[in-house]
Ligand binder design. Structure first.
Ligand SMILES: Nc1ncnc2c1ncn2[C@@H]1O[C@H](COP(=O)(O)OP(=O)(O)OP(=O)(O)O)[C@@H](O)[C@H]1O
Length: 859
């Protein structure tokens, strides 16, 4: 809050430097005046001595004048250096505050006990995360604003029109939002902010589209809003005049009886008595009773129910053939309709008899997120954001078990499809017959009137080259009305594909799940309109502190480039630059050192490399197993199993096929050697691989995440960008510039200059395409293109052709490429030979073959 003016100090403020200076000046002036008086008062006939004395006095006067002049100059100099110093201080903070001056915002007398401050300029909210009521304030802020950054002590949020739209949609009232903000704020909520909140919540969230008894109603508790809408020609013409609806459009057509809503909605998995444990400011804990009541009514789990006061709900029916026109028109009029599904009153769509198993207990944050969805007894459409490994699948399954209608689950890959199916079976009592899978390999339908289908976005969205079976399956999906559509990893789906899915499938409620609501293309806003607002976003650090996800130590390890590599790096203009910083021998060494260090500690290590060329080179050089897009399914499974169960295999190398969907709770350490430029999402997803570490609740347990970065290369820039999302979640990246003991590591790779040059030569001879990051895995039917396809472990793919030349390399100190190849035997091949247990039948056949070969070789 230090403003520019505050930094300079107000004109009348107490300034010790200035005061002492003024005091000194006053004394000087007094002294000088007296001397002048002596000189003037000397009589003309004063004897020479006196004259001399006079001269002396004059000399003294002159000296003093000179001294005074020098002092004044010195003072002026001091003054200017002080000003310069102040200006310098200004400069230090001014990049934060620019020209903003907030000194006119008066702190409340008890500001110290209030945890937040709101910028009147742009709606930024700064929260003191160390305040005793920070946790409660956080719940409130998450409901009304976007979390921007949440490190340990100071959090930053921002009010946006989306966040306010979301706030209103979960049932918060405009004046309550302002009131609670005011109570939490150190300064009175600035008028500009109150006005912004009022203006933004005026129309948003006021109108709902509700499907009841298979009739569509536009509903609102603000009759004037409905009047505005009805003045519009398109909407007016879409209205259905039923006998019971009177002209005042009162909600006599249906009764959303509040009492049963309140009492009867039970989200499965929440044990009796646990339900309200997360309520804010429970009485007597913090604040007065009125505060507690206010908080509970605004942000408490059940608060949303008060939103739907039947007496005030007004509605009119619209023709279901004109739904899309009405939705579109409402958007244009800036009254976007929130979609709510009154599933308990849907008597037309068959019920699905599923429930969570009695042994399934959902966690408090999972419950909180679901309460935002089902707060008023209906299902609100929207997005729930939970960290990787925090159990989004169970949140989705619980929502499906609450709605109990046919449900379509869409994921990004066929591996995820199988995982969702398996999780449904694990957590709920759904039977085999009730759940079907629609992928390239399998096109099942469920038996009976209702059921669950799990598929991928592209299976549903791609219209080209459909097989006959796929077409029939699509007819099955599009011809029915789904109670619920679950959209996994919503942030990665291209907007066009999403639109196609959302428009071809008729579903009453939509729930999007994601860990990282960030996209480098800034298309996130589209999701708000296609699915609904963000309903809940959990705090990563909180979940780590409570042991739901692992604590992770993050570090960026700076690896200097060898002079030869750096020279080539500077010279190279093509994509090969990237290959040079990935293959930097010092990075190899750092990787070797860290693997050794962590293996000795008993960790299980995953080394990630997006670049397949580097992945193979590292893995082979260090004698480790690796998986990339070209690794066959059987080999992948074998390697993963060995990693999980064998004490011999403690490190594996993974390309981006392992970024997501891979569940390896044994992994406790990640090392990243090459990554997809500045992708914040990939960084977070990779970190997600160790957040679910099995050992996370062991005393003092820490998982480790290292990013190896070649110093003074573009990689440093990308690395900083990649980390931003995690830093905003509160992770601190330490920079390691020196690995103690690295040089003493026995059998350190690429120790000699010759070996390094040899490595360089192989990199220079590699094809430029080796620098590619995106060609690891090809998309198959049912998978999204690009990064998402890599999740599919089932897709055997072709690797880009590798071109290695074996010509003379005298230009590069005579290094021989062949010797490099020689040293790099694949651990995968060794494993395949040594480990793979062969069936007796094959063993016998192999033996016979070997004998035959031997025989054939005999002269
Ligand atoms: N309430 C719960 N009780 C016990 N285990 C749980 C619960 N919720 C989640 N888990 C477990 O936590 C792990 C992570 O869950 P899940 O795979 O759904 O995470 P996710 O959020 O989808 O992660 P990602 O974004 O990385 O895919 C799983 O092993 C799951 O079984």
């Amino acid at each position: 809050m230090a403003s520019k003016r505050a930094a300079e100090g107000p004109a009348d403020s107490f300034n010790p430097a200035k005061k002492s200076r003024k005091g000194k000046d006053d004394e000087d002036y007094a002294e000088t005046d007296n001397l002048d008086a002596v000189e003037i008062q000397s009589p003309p006939d004063t004897p020479s001595t006196t004259r001399g004395a006079k001269i002396n006095v004059s000399a003294l006067t002159r000296k003093l004048a000179e001294a005074r002049h020098a002092r004044v100059q010195e003072e002026a100099h001091q003054e200017s250096s002080l000003t310069a110093h102040r200006r310098q201080q200004d400069a230090l903070v001014s990049h934060i505050f620019h020209d903003l001056d907030f000194s006119w915002l008066h702190l409340k007398p008890d500001h110290a006990s209030r945890p937040l401050w709101i910028s009147p300029e742009d709606g930024h909210i700064i929260l003191e995360a160390f305040s005793p009521i920070a946790e409660q304030a956080q719940d409130f802020l998450v409901a009304i604003s976007e979390p921007v950054s949440r490190p340990a002590f100071i959090h930053e949020y921002k009010l946006t029109h989306y966040s306010l739209y979301a706030a209103v949609s979960v049932g918060l009232q405009t004046e309550d939002i302002i009131e609670v903000l005011n109570r939490l704020s150190k300064v009175p909520v600035p008028d500009s902010i109150a006005d912004y909140i009022r203006e933004r919540t005026l129309s948003y969230g006021k109108v709902k589209l509700v499907l009841k008894h298979n009739r569509y109603f536009v509903e609102s508790s603000h009759p004037e809003t409905l009047q505005i809408l009805l003045k519009d020609k398109i909407i007016r013409e879409a209205r259905v005049h039923t006998q019971v609806v009177d002209t005042s459009i009162r909600a006599a057509t249906f009764t959303t009886s509040k009492a049963p809503v309140k009492g009867s909605l039970v989200i499965p998995g929440i044990k009796e008595g646990e339900k309200k444990k997360d309520d804010l400011l429970t009485n007597g804990k913090n604040g007065s009773k009125t505060d507690a009541e206010l908080f509970t009514s605004v942000v408490g789990v059940d608060n949303d129910e008060v939103d739907e006061d039947d007496d005030n709900v007004h509605a009119f029916e619209i023709d279901d053939a004109k739904i899309d026109d009405v939705k579109k028109r409402c958007n244009e009029l800036e009254y976007p309709m929130l979609e709510e599904y009154d599933f308990r009153n849907d008597t037309v769509n068959a019920n699905l008899d599923i429930d969570l198993k009695p042994s399934t207990v959902i966690r408090s944050y999972q419950e909180t997120s679901l309460s935002k969805m089902f707060g008023n007894g209906r299902a609100r459409s929207g997005i729930i954001v939970l960290p990787c490994g925090a159990g989004k699948t169970l949140v989705g399954i619980t929502a499906a078990c609450t709605i109990k209608k046919s449900c379509l689950v869409l994921c990004t890959s066929s591996v995820s499809v199988m995982q969702w199916r398996q999780q449904f079976m694990q957590w709920s009592n759904v039977t085999d017959k009730q759940i079907a899978v629609f992928t390239a390999e399998s096109k099942e339908k469920f038996a009976g009137e209702s059921g669950i289908v799990v598929s991928t976005y592209s299976m549903v969205a791609n219209t080209h080259n459909r097989s006959h079976e796929s077409k029939k399956m699509m007819e099955f999906l599009t011809s029915r009305e789904w109670g619920f559509i679950l959209l996994d990893e919503v942030h990665v789906v291209p907007a066009a594909m999403f639109r196609r899915v959302v428009t071809t499938i008729k579903a009453h409620a939509k729930l999007g799940l994601t860990a990282t609501l960030v996209r480098e293309d800034d298309k996130i806003a589209d999701l708000n309109y296609m699915i609904g607002p963000k309903l809940y976003e959990a705090n990563w650090m909180d979940l780590a502190a409570k042991g739901h996800i692992a604590n992770v130590q993050c570090a960026e390890v700076w690896c200097p480039m060898t002079p030869e590599f750096y020279r080539e790096y500077l010279r190279e203009q093509s994509r090969k630059r990237m290959l040079l910083y990935c293959m930097n021998p010092k990075k190899f060494q750092a990787c070797q050192f860290l693997i050794k260090y962590h293996e000795d500690r008993g960790d299980k290590i995953i080394v990630f490399s997006d670049n397949v060329y580097a992945l193979e080179a590292y893995a082979k050089k260090l004698g480790k197993l690796y998986i990339h897009g070209g690794t066959g399914q059987t080999e992948r499974m074998r390697i993963l199993q060995w990693f999980q169960h064998s004490p011999e295999v403690n490190t594996i190398f993974l390309s981006k096929v392992g970024d997501t969907s891979i569940d390896l709770p044994e992994a406790t350490c990640l090392i990243q050697i090459s990554s997809h430029f500045g992708s914040r999402r990939q960084e977070a997803q990779r970190l997600g691989r160790i957040l679910r570490a099995k050992r996370r609740n062991d005393e003092g347990f820490n998982a480790f995440f290292y990013s190896l970065v070649s110093k003074d290369t573009q990689e440093m820039f990308y690395s900083t960008k990649r980390q931003q999302f995690l830093i905003d979640q509160g992770y601190a990246f330490k920079v390691i510039t020196h690995l103690d003991g690295l040089d003493d590591l026995p059998s350190l790779v690429y120790k000699s200059r010759d070996e390094q040059i040899e490595l360089l030569s192989s990199v220079l001879l590699a094809n430029e395409s080796e620098a590619d990051l995106g060609t690891d895995v090809r998309a198959g039917e049912g998978d999204l293109a690009g990064t998402i396809t890599s999740k599919d472990f089932g897709m055997p793919t072709k690797m880009p052709a590798v071109q290695r030349t074996t010509g003379s390399l005298t230009a590069l100190s005579g290094a021989q490429h062949m010797s490099y190849v020689e040293q790099n035997k694949s651990a995968n091949k060794r494993l395949a030979r040594e480990v793979a247990p062969r069936h007796k039948l094959f063993a016998k056949r192999d033996k016979d073959k070997a004998t035959a070969r031997k025989e054939a070789r005999k002269p």
